[in-house]
Design a protein around this ligand. Structure first.
Ligand code: ADP
Ligand code: MG
Length: 705
């Protein structure tokens, strides 16, 4: 998978030499790297480690703790190939002598000539690995070993970067390549951020950051490095924050100068709406609709963010907004993160077509080219007035007859880029963004500095909170009983597994396996459906449709149904291996049930062996319904470590964890971005030109004001 995050920074860099320019990299290796999106030297330099091995110190063998990765030193007593007594399988064994104790090093896969050279008696070796005890003998299996050249031990000590694995390229090879790329080409890096800013914040320049992100200096504490908490990682994160904040600053400025279409809104709107929905709008929904109406009659393009927890009823607001646009003869684009959700919205809008005057179109991945062209033509001719689709709405070259309104639903990446690009599809269209991400209002004001904010806090009347239960092995029967009861009442159930099939991870329950198991138990009385990311789009659509309206009673799947899916009849959510998911994600999944008036129940099935901490983490869900509290707790419990990983979000995007984790840096980025835009409103000074080119690349348009 190509790494998107630096795509735009690439635009200003001159380092476009192919990886084959490096010594030792031929066509074959280049091919393997290309599969990971690594084509150029620059790609390599920006391919940041996923973690680090601490090889800064040598631990004496007799002191070495078992079960933790560490570096030991010793002298070879003897070494060579051996065979297991019974299976006759080959292994390579080295006996290593430490100061007081010995250690056995074992390999089951090895190249004999290579190993034999290292295994000569009296050779001094460094071995990095985990020591375990096997029948009383201390062993390291598949350690990474290095020969100690006379007196040069110090040079081999340090933090070793570990990269996301590339088939056919060993970890050592990868390190060597990166090292030589750094040595030969680092000086060619262009730093887009004005020196004055990085200096003020005490951040290193880009070249230095890149160098030390790969090979951190030994003086950095291991625990900080494990959390990516170094000035070098900070610098790379800062670039992303800064760019987003810069674009927000531009948007805010340009917005105040733009005019928006003024909609004609009948005074009886609220009364009219009563005819469209089978329920009474909640006071919060009414309030938000009033905010929307105010925007649409203000003469400025609306830029509104709607924050509301899972299942609070945001869709209605979107529908009302679309209705107003349609009545004023504008087209509406509705962009959602998944195909499943696009289908669902299409169905919902279609159901309201006659009453509300929608002529909806669905742009899906399964469309054949000819069909797609036909739809494009009709969009261009204005025959459709509600166009629903995924990201493809931005990417594809669709021209709208008169796009007046853009709705982005379930936005979990806080991409200013999407908003900016959707703007360009019409003439200052109104925008409504909706999200269930639990971000505090004060933070939202910064991250969405170019938008106004509305919130929905209360749920529709009669909604009963979903009961959540942790289920141990001996309670599983109870789950089956509840399933049986609920299904007999005509209600439906989801069963979520962490993997599609067993080949991904043998220790985990898979969706395929689970579907089979449930069929054995419940067929023919109840129908089981299966949905996951590997199904072709039309198959997914069919399964979802049969679950929503047809014969499927239990839908087994992966997290493809995580966001937005609304099937009010579904009242049971079973999640296998909940310990594998983040709390926020589990909250989203749980939000798929309890959307109607029937009481819903969510079972979190615990595996046999589960650490105490995991149980108490999951307990958070049992005790809380409030997405914000859950997210907060998630942050506290997971600690910084797991969160500080370098994010894979594209440039011009942030995600929730980015925001919560490094709030301080983000706030600074905002201040600096505003300061810069005030000082140089067109980014036309020579030192800002590289930055200008990055911004233009993110926005895919020249910055002209
Ligand atoms: P979300 O905010 O997660 O997008 P939805 O808009 O999908 O939530 O709404 C969740 C469910 O609540 C839907 O089934 C919807 O029909 C229902 N709903 C929305 N508003 C109301 C209301 N005012 N009264 C009763 N049910 C409502
Ligand atoms: Mg929704």
């Amino acid at each position: 998978m190509p790494r998107k995050r630096d795509e735009h920074l690439r635009q200003i860099q001159n380092l476009t030499l192919p990886v084959t320019s490096l010594k030792g990299v031929g066509a074959k290796r280049a091919d393997m790297m290309a599969r990971k999106g690594l084509h150029t030297i620059l790609d390599l330099l920006l391919f940041t480690p996923i973690r680090y091995q601490d090889r800064t110190r040598i631990t004496p063998i007799h002191d070495a703790e078992e079960g933790l990765p560490l570096l030991v030193k010793g002298k070879v007593i003897r070494g060579g190939e051996e065979r297991f007594f019974q299976s006759r399988k080959r292994l390579f064994k080295i006996q290593l002598r430490g100061e007081e104790n010995n250690l056995e090093l074992l390999w089951f896969q090895f190249r004999k000539p290579h190993m034999s050279k290292l295994a000569l008696p009296a050779t001094e070796l460094l071995a990095y690995g985990v020591i375990r005890r096997n029948r009383g003998v201390r062993q390291m299996i598949h350690p990474d070993i290095t020969l100690i050249d006379k007196g040069a031990t110090a040079e081999t000590l340090g933090y070793y970067p570990v990269y996301s694995a590339i088939e056919g390229i060993s970890a050592n090879m990868m390190r060597t390549m990166i090292r030589s790329a750094l040595e030969c080409y680092l000086t060619a890096i262009i730093d887009p951020i004005p020196r004055e800013i990085t200096r003020r914040l005490g951040l290193p320049d880009l070249a230095k950051a890149i160098k030390y992100v790969h090979f951190p200096p030994q003086k950095i504490a291991a625990h900080r490095l494990a959390q990516f908490d170094t000035p070098f990682h900070k610098r790379l994160n800062f670039d992303r924050f800064f760019l987003v904040m810069l674009i927000i600053a531009f948007r805010k400025k340009s917005r105040s100068r733009r005019s928006g279409d003024i909609y004609d809104v009948s005074t009886g709107l609220m009364k009219d709406l009563e005819n469209f929905f089978p329920f009474k709008l909640t006071p919060d929904q009414v309030r938000v609709i009033k905010d929307v109406v105010k925007d649409l009659t203000s003469g400025r393009p609306m830029n509104r963010l709607l924050l509301g927890d899972v299942a609070c009823g945001k869709t209605v607001v979107a529908v009302v907004a679309a209705y107003l646009a349609a009545r004023n003869n504008f087209q509406v684009a509705v962009m959602v993160p998944t195909q499943v959700l696009a289908n669902q919205h299409f169905e919902y809008f279609s159901g309201l077509s006659d009453a509300m005057g929608f002529r909806p179109a669905l742009l899906t991945g399964r469309l054949k080219t000819a069909e797609r062209r036909k739809i494009y033509k009709k969009i261009e001719a204005g025959e459709y007035n509600v166009i629903i689709g995924t990201q493809s709405l931005i990417q594809e070259k669709i021209s709208f007859a008169n796009l007046g309104f853009v709705i982005i639903d379930e936005q979990h990446r806080f991409g200013v880029r999407e908003r900016a690009l959707m703007d360009q599809k019409g003439q200052n269209p109104h925008q409504l963004i909706m999200t269930a991400t639990p971000i505090p209002r004060t933070m939202a004001i910064t991250v969405f500095g170019d938008m106004d904010i509305s919130t929905i806090k209360t749920y529709p009347k009669g909604r009963k909170p979903t009961i959540t239960q942790l289920v141990t092995k001996d309670q599983k029967r109870n789950v089956m009983e509840v399933l049986e009861q609920k299904l007999t009442l005509g209600q439906k159930a989801f069963v979520i597994c962490p993997v599609i099939d067993e080949s991904e991870d043998r220790d985990l329950k898979s969706a395929l396996g689970m579907a089979e198991k449930l069929k054995n138990i419940f067929k023919p009385r109840f129908q089981i459906g299966l949905i996951h990311g590997r199904l072709p789009p039309d198959e997914k659509e069919k399964v979802m449709d049969q679950f929503r309206h047809g014969p499927i009673d239990i839908l087994v799947g992966t997290t493809v149904i995580e966001v937005g899916v609304d099937v009010p009849k579904a009242t049971v959510m079973v999640i296998e291996h909940p310990e594998r998911f983040g709390l926020a994600q589990l909250h989203q999944l749980r939000g798929r049930v309890g959307r109607g008036s029937d009481r819903a129940i969510c079972f979190l099935i615990l595996p046999e062996k589960i650490p105490e901490e995991s149980i108490s983490r999951l307990q958070t869900l049992v005790e809380n319904q409030d997405g914000f509290k859950i997210a907060q707790r998630d942050l506290e419990l997971r600690g910084q470590g797991e969160l500080t990983g370098m994010r894979q979000a594209g440039v011009g995007e942030l995600d929730y964890m980015d925001i919560m984790r490094d709030w301080d840096l983000l706030s600074k980025a905002k201040i600096e971005a505003q300061r810069l835009v005030e000082a140089d409103p067109e980014l036309s000074s020579p030192q800002n030109l590289p930055l200008k080119r990055v911004v233009e690349s993110v926005l895919s348009t020249p910055l002209d004001f």
